[in-house]
Design a protein around this ligand. Sequence first.
Ligand code: BDP
Length: 620
Amino acid sequence: MAGTSVAAQGRSDSPQPRNSTSPGQGLLYPQRNETRDLIDLSGLWQFQMDPQGEGEAQRWFRKLPAPRMIPVPCSWNDLFDDAHTYLGLAWYRTEVWLPSGWRGRRVILRVGSATYAAKVWVNGTVVTEHHGGNLPFAVEITEQLAWDRTNVVAITVENEPRPERVPPGPPPGGGGVLGVAAGFPGTTYDFFPYAGLHRQVWLCAVPTVHIDDITVVTTIEGGDGIVSLKVATVGGYAGTGKARLDDIEADLGFRAGTAEAILRVPGARFWSPRDPHLYTLTVTLTDGVQISDTYSLDIGIRTIAVRGDQILLNGQPIKLTGFGKHEDFALTGRGLNLPMWIRDYELLRWIGANSYRTSHYPYPEEVMQLADQRGVLVINEIPAVGLNFADTEDLTRLRLAETRSQFRELIARDKNHPSTIMWCVANEPLVRPPDKDAPLSQPQEQKAIEAGTRFFQHVYDEVNRLDGTRPVTLVGVGGGPREWHERFDVICINRYYGWYALGGRLDQAAQVLARELDELHQAFGKPIIVTEFGTDTLPGTHSLPPEMWTEEYQVEFLRRYLDVAAQRPFMAGMQVWAFADFRTVQGVGRAGGMNFKGVFTRDRRPKMAAHFLRKQWTGM
Ligand code: BDP
């Protein structure tokens, strides 16, 4: 957790809040069934920016002095001109009347994501604070509720780019991820710092004693699937329960609120991109005949492992084809946009991709459910983008705490998704910030490399402790220290030979890439995935012979990279950067504030490269 000294470097003088999830530690997706109910608070909320940070003292959690309406979920940036580049504190407020049938149950408020830090009031009382912009948090609010009048929910969202956060903000006045003049707004990464209540806010009614968490691990024995599960409850449950999957049942005996069981599924259908079969697992708490709580979860039976230089799904080698993506669309920004996601999954199928990476932050829970249903393999990444290790030890320590806490939440949320086949701990960590002109001295550089090595060792160990069933990776930048990869199960690299280096010289670029892949394979003998390669491409711009920024050049560039990979049977995957054009900060390297490396435009029209990839990946 952040100490006050560093937090004070930001605009606000309050320390980063301690994350609280309650009543238990579980983050099960909200569900309505015979024992549970829900109210989705999506819709129009009142909104007001608070650049002076005066709202709390003036009790804006009761009444906003000059509100305007804003949709939830949505980013605030593309809706109001004065909010477009606003990085600071903003208030959201809504009212809700509770059904009388909810009396006697616990009521939990669950926020899908608030970027970056949030503080929540219910009827004027602070109920929780949270930081980390892309993951849900929940808090019990039963005590604060009123039953004879409307309830006021107020949430502040604050998105200041502070250096101790993950992703870190740039040093004051800094930013400049593109290695050119600083972008605006200043970030340490190449995407727009959208902010707001980005996912749904729910009220959930659950029984006093209820299922708080379920952890499912699947293995394979011959043709049978083995489903091991752990159930955790809130309320010190010491009774009995049942776990059911199709017509297979196991009894659960709870001690100190938890129970475990193993279900054997004879002749199971194993989850894979070809047959993404999901089984419904239902857990019930049953004291005698009375069901006191129940929760259902769709699970896939599959294994994922690394053997030598191969990634094995259900014991068979797989090669990833696909993309790095963003959660980005006009007007909604990074707000939950289900039409966009459904279209994206359609296009992934059309183009023949079997995978993507959640660059550079966790995506919505519904999107993970869709990946399960559609058999898409996901590299699940936390927002550790823009890290550098030449900053002070204090900052590195604070970012480590933040990274670990976000990982705990991510794994709590996504551990049961068969589609998540790998955790990614960081994208392109750097030895020094990209906007520092003076190179580091040799000893300084060595010190930064060692700081990074320790950092990633801690994160790797933590992730492995929380979930020992999935490979863990780190995505490295060209020229980054090789030793940072050593600890990880899969080597992921982003490479831009033929774009940022060797622009226009694709023959040379292919040679350099080939040489590097061979060296990496020689050095590590682990699976290698190129998780980013691509060129900015203005749709409708053409040239013969192919020149940079044209659609022909994008096709030729991708062709060279895929050819180099095809000649190397050890390659475990190729993910193009990017799926679609996306909004980033203003700067001389980004026309119109856009990154144009998409093979689809921002409104999802195919560039020539999309047709090319489809041919490569589907044979059509
Ligand atoms: C890589 C980053 C990615 C950028 C991309 C680019 O991982 O976020 O958008 O480069 O420059 O370095 O397009």
